[in-house]
Design a protein around this ligand. Structure first.
Ligand SMILES: NC(=O)c1ccc[n+]([C@@H]2O[C@H](COP(=O)([O-])OP(=O)(O)OC[C@H]3O[C@@H](n4cnc5c(N)ncnc54)[C@H](O)[C@@H]3O)[C@@H](O)[C@H]2O)c1
Ligand SMILES: CC(C)(O)[C@@H](O)C(=O)O
Ligand SMILES: [Mg+2]
Ligand SMILES: [Mg+2]
Length: 348
């Protein structure tokens, strides 16, 4: 662990310098890692682990699209690809990467295979933190651990292939073997994380649910749409409204603040823009802060988790989500986006 100072606060973190890939392989050399679920995180984690030299098998429902995807990715039925129960039987570390709702349904199957000394691994604190709602209560003689990549499994894989790494949090909920922390960090390094920071299952799920409902996904769409609509209602063309709201943000300004921080992005805009942004950031902050406070309370109360369990355990949940995504895709703002993307010069 290294102590790093983050904006005046010391935190212990793990980087590949303190915990090399070679060390991770040494720690896990006797382990079979069973990645259960091959949706978004499953492929990213399983393929990165395999290519980093770990022994990995995949567990997935047969006769599903994702079984076929696993086969297409090179997993071999009967050798490295199994039905969920069989993979859990063979694994010494069970990476439980079904959707959070499916984890509840399949829990009796997985629990049966959790024999003494195995590790149950999550990428979300959901199942354990909201155990009254999920019924996920592991036996006391297994390790219960977490590595949560801070981003999509698609990015985890893409960044791995580019020689980069997505940061992840890690936590130990139950250390039955005395080796839980070592196993956790080794897995975090193995899946291709950038740096790892410690958390608890509860803090992971509270921050994760807040972040994705907030700035990462929910708030960003709400904010962009509010500005797009205002411009359109005042007579601006779709092209002007979209460029001024989304395209400039993602193509020009976001890369600047990703690279060197917000003041650097501001400094690379006009003094007119800087004056206005510095004045208007406070009203935007003040208008949204109560919404974030309300959101956090909903998360901490468990109500957000229950809403997600209730909707995602319905048999037609995927169709319903797809319908809502289609509505988003077919809104004027994102139809405009599709045309703007086609017009990017690098496309031609
Ligand atoms: N999606 C991400 O990038 C991401 C990022 C960080 C953490 N996580 C966490 O990782 C875990 C996995 O998330 P995901 O988004 O990869 O999941 P997902 O929604 O893509 O589903 C994963 C798998 O679950 C299977 N599944 C769904 N219902 C099932 C059922 N009833 N029976 C058997 N299998 C079923 C699907 O076939 C799929 O292979 C979750 O705990 C999630 O919160 C996800
Ligand atoms: C990728 C996210 C949003 O960070 C993750 O938390 C998820 O649930 O998919
Ligand atoms: Mg999440
Ligand atoms: Mg997240």
């Amino acid at each position: 662990m290294a102590i790093m100072n983050f904006g005046g606060v010391d935190e212990e973190v793990v980087t590949r310098k303190e915990f090399s890939l070679e060390k991770a392989k040494q720690v896990l050399k006797e382990e079979t890692i069973a990645v259960i679920g091959y949706g978004v995180q499953g492929p990213g984690q399983a393929l990165n682990l395999k290519e980093n030299g770990f022994k990995v098998i995949v567990g997935q429902r047969k006769e599903s699209k994702t079984w076929d995807k696993a086969v297409a990715d090179g997993w071999v039925p009967g050798e490295t690809l199994f039905e969920i129960e069989e993979a859990c039987k063979r694994g010494t570390i069970i990476q439980y990467l079904l959707s959070d709702a499916a984890q509840i349904m399949l829990w009796p199957v997985v629990k049966k295979q959790l024999t003494k000394g195995k590790a149950l691994y999550f990428s979300h604190g959901f199942g354990i933190t909201y155990k009254e709602r999920t019924g996920i209560v592991p036996p006391t003689d297994v390790d219960v651990i977490l590595v949560a990549p801070k981003g999509s499994g698609t990015s985890l894989r893409k960044m791995f292939l580019e020689g980069r790494g997505l940061n992840s949090s890690f936590a130990v909920f139950q250390d039955a073997t005395g080796k839980a922390k070592e196993r956790t960090i080794a897995l975090g390094i193995g899946i291709g994380s950038g740096y790892l920071f410690e958390t608890t299952f509860q803090r992971e799920v509270y921050s994760d649910l807040t972040g994705e409902r907030g700035t990462l996904m929910g708030a960003i769409q709400g904010l962009l749409l509010a500005q797009y609509e205002t411009l359109r209602e005042n007579g601006h063309t779709p092209s002007e409204a979209f460029n001024e709201t989304v395209e400039e943000l993602t193509q020009s300004l976001m890369p600047l603040f990703a690279e060197k921080g917000m003041d650097w992005m501001y400094a690379n805009c006009s003094t007119t823009a800087q004056r206005g942004a510095l004045d208007w950031m406070t009203p935007f902050h003040d208008a949204t802060k109560p919404v974030f406070e309300k959101l956090y309370k909903e998360v901490a109360s468990g109500r957000e988790a229950q809403r997600s369990i209730d909707s995602n355990s319905q048999s037609d949940y995927r169709e319903k989500l797809n319908k809502e995504l289609k509505d988003l895709r077919e809104s004027e703002m994102w139809r405009t986006g599709s045309v703007v993307r086609q017009l990017r010069p690098e496309k031609n």
